[in-house]
Structure formats: structure tokens, C-alpha cells
Design a protein around this ligand. Structure first.
Ligand code: KIV
Length: 251
């Protein structure tokens, strides 16, 4: 798609019906993001989600995807342990979920790991820029601006075998520089329009998250409000006796 100049679309998915809907909509890549710790499990960071939980969700998404490629985040600290352990964890993802690739946070310092995974037959999407698993080292979710280091990270990941590089929260000009420097596709989030593709967290896009919304998100539906509306109407109908009526009963 990069070679053809076609923009790549990517969204997160965590369950079967959502993944099926996104696949039917023609989304190119589904990401079982470790963001599920925040938007599904209700944690403050991505750190608590476990490998077993990621696999549980990825299996549903992998089964729903008929056309889209499915990438699964390696949750903390699977990408920080020994390379052998990372290969074992990633192999479990591929064996148990039907998904096709893993995503690993980090660039240059992860080059040996990316090379080992790729050599083992496990495609890797690298994740550079803001790395949510680093939240406590950074002291928050901070836009990354060190252009030289970021370009170096992306090139190192590509040279190690990454098939794509996700770029999170960097200035648009830096993302453009990275994209020009690589042969493999870049997928941006909070990285401006110059990347080869865009990714968002599905719950943000459809209005299923509450509270703070990062400025790079576009909200195209209000599903949380729709759920509240339907539940309120159901509650009222049960209370006033209008549900169930003759259409809903067996004789
Ligand atoms: O976990 C996630 O949802 C991500 C985002 C960059 C989309 O990695």
C-alpha cells in the first residue's frame, strides 16, 4: 500500500463483534492494543494487562478478521525480558490467536530483539516516539521531540527487520522525516498527516471512553450516549409495564 501511495487504516479492537464490524468496514489493520488495560479493563495505564489476557482478546479478534491483518501488542514486560522469553511469548500469540504479528515498543535498543523475532518467523511492528509502557520513567504521557534519536530508532527497527513502524505523539515534521527515511510503512497516532497510515483507539473514535480525550483523536460517534439512551428506555419500559408485550411472549 505504501508503494501504491494508498493510506493505511488501522484501529484497535478487543472483541469479536467490534473486530467483525471494523473488518467489514474495510479497515486494513486491527491492533489488539495493550490500551485494553485502560479502555476495557479501566486501569490508569497500559501496564496491568497480562499476556494471557492479551491472548484471550486477540483470539476473538483474530477469529473475526476475514480480511484485515491483526497485530497484537506485547504487554509489559514481555518485550523487556530475555530475547528467548520474548520469542516464547510472541510465538504463543501467533499459535493461539491466528493473529499475524506482534507490536513491540522501542527502537534502537530493541534492534536485537526485533531481529531475533523476525528470524524466528514472527513479524514485528516497532513502536517509537511516545511509549506508553514507559509512563513511569517519563513521568507521564509526553510528546517526544528528539528528532535525531527518533529517526535513529525507526531506522534501527527497520534494519532489524520490522515490517512497519508505529509513531506515537511526535511533531508532524519529525514523523515526516522518519517516513521519508524508511522503506517500510509508518503508522501514526498524534504524528500528523505525513505517515503512511493512521491508527486510533476504537473506544476514542466511537465515543466509548469518558474523560480526557487527547487532541489527536477524532470522535465520530457517541456510542456511550447511545448505550445510556437504550438502557434508560429499557428501564422505563420494564418499570411502566410496556415491555414485554405480546410480540415478546410465547403462547
Ligand atoms: O495499545 C494501543 O492501543 C496502541 C496505540 C498506539 C494505538 O499502541
Amino acid at each position: 500500500m505504501r508503494k501504491a501511495g494508498e493510506r493505511i487504516t488501522m484501529l484497535t479492537a478487543y472483541d469479536y463483534p467490534t473486530a467483525a464490524a471494523l473488518d467489514a468496514a474495510g479497515i486494513d489493520v486491527l491492533l489488539v492494543g495493550d490500551s485494553l488495560a485502560m479502555v476495557v479493563q479501566g486501569h490508569d495505564t497500559t501496564l496491568p494487562v497480562t499476556l494471557d489476557q492479551m491472548i484471550y482478546h486477540a483470539e476473538m479478534v483474530g477469529r473475526a478478521a476475514k480480511r484485515a491483518m491483526v497485530v497484537v501488542d506485547l504487554p509489559f514486560p514481555e518485550g523487556q525480558l530475555s530475547i528467548e522469553q520474548t520469542i516464547r511469548s510472541s510465538a504463543r500469540v501467533l499459535k493461539e490467536t491466528r493473529c499475524q504479528a506482534v507490536k513491540l515498543e522501542g527502537g534502537a535498543e530493541q534492534a536485537d530483539r526485533i531481529r531475533a523475532l523476525t528470524t524466528a518467523g514472527i513479524p514485528v511492528m516497532a513502536h517509537v516516539g511516545l511509549r506508553p509502557q514507559n509512563v513511569h520513567v517519563e513521568g507521564g504521557y509526553v510528546v517526544q521531540r528528539d528528532e535525531e534519536a527518533l529517526v535513529h530508532d525507526a531506522i534501527a527497527a527497520e534494519q532489524a527487520g520490522a515490517f512497519a513502524v508505529l509513531i506515537e505523539c511526535v511533531p508532524s515534521a519529525v514523523a515526516a522525516h522518519i517516513t521519508r527515511s524508511l522503506q517500510v510503512p509508518t503508522i501514526g497516532i498524534g504524528a500528523g498527516p505525513a505517515t503512511d497510515g493512521q491508527v486510533l483507539v476504537i473506544n476514542d473514535l466511537i465515543g466509548l471512553t469518558s474523560g480526557y480525550l487527547p487532541r489527536f483523536v477524532t470522535r465520530l460517534a457517541d456510542v456511550k450516549q447511545e448505550i445510556t439512551n437504550a438502557a434508560t428506555r429499557y428501564r422505563d419500559a420494564v418499570r411502566d409495564g410496556s415491555f414485554p408485550d405480546s410480540r415478546h411472549e410465547f403462547s
